[in-house]
Design a protein around this ligand. Structure first.
Ligand SMILES: C[S@@+](CC[C@H](N)C(=O)[O-])C[C@H]1O[C@@H](n2cnc3c(N)ncnc32)[C@H](O)[C@@H]1O
Length: 174
């Protein structure tokens, strides 16, 4: 085999490894990236009664679809927390595209390290196990009356105020 062929195979293998590590990485500390369909995002925001007085945090904000829609269609201020730099970049592009810089920001961080004390709404699409840790964080930081909307996964130990079983949306009021 020629040296060029060996180098090409090595380069392809390296790309595959980088891609797998990139996908697995956020999955190790929380849920991997699975975007919420836009009609479900709208249903979540309607379900929580999001409005222009709200400060909404999306924990693991992916490509920013929830924070962008919360500001664009519901008038809320919104903050996304996303650990993955590429998805954070996609969010920044969407924020710029819709000229939402005054209302929406995205922070690259592990959401366990960001205070949520000024939130009036928290949205999440994570997982069953990680939601147990998230619930403890929410219980210690959120003000009374804050709405928490979870897509697909319940928050074990809390009773939802409202559920939409068809859409798999669970609303909790702290
Ligand atoms: C299932 S996706 C949901 C994305 C977005 N909220 C949506 O509904 O379309 C979960 C996201 O959480 C991010 N994530 C997982 N654990 C995280 C953590 N500890 N801190 C910040 N982001 C995290 C992942 O990178 C991924 O983009």
């Amino acid at each position: 085999m020629a040296i060029e062929e060996v180098l090409l195979i090595l380069a392809i293998e390296l790309c595959v490894i980088v891609f797998v590590v990139w996908i697995a990485w956020s999955g190790l500390i929380g849920a991997p990236w699975l975007p919420t369909p836009k009609n479900k995002v709208r249903a979540m925001l309607e379900f929580a009664g999001v409005n222009k007085k709200d400060i909404l945090y999306d924990l693991g904000s992916g490509d920013g679809r929830i924070i962008v829609m919360a500001a664009k269609e519901f008038g809320a201020k919104s903050i996304g927390i996303e650990v993955d730099p590429l998805r954070m970049l996609l969010s920044r592009i969407a924020i710029k595209r819709y000229k939402l810089e005054q209302k929406v920001k995205v922070i690259r961080a592990n959401f366990f390290n960001v205070s949520l004390e000024d939130a009036s709404v928290v949205t999440l699409y994570q997982g069953h196990e990680i939601n147990k840790k998230i619930r403890a964080k929410l219980a210690s930081e959120l003000r009374s009356g804050t709405r928490v909307v979870s897509y697909r996964f319940i928050l074990d130990g809390w009773t939802p105020t409202k559920t939409n079983d068809d859409e798999s949306i669970y609303l909790y009021v702290v």
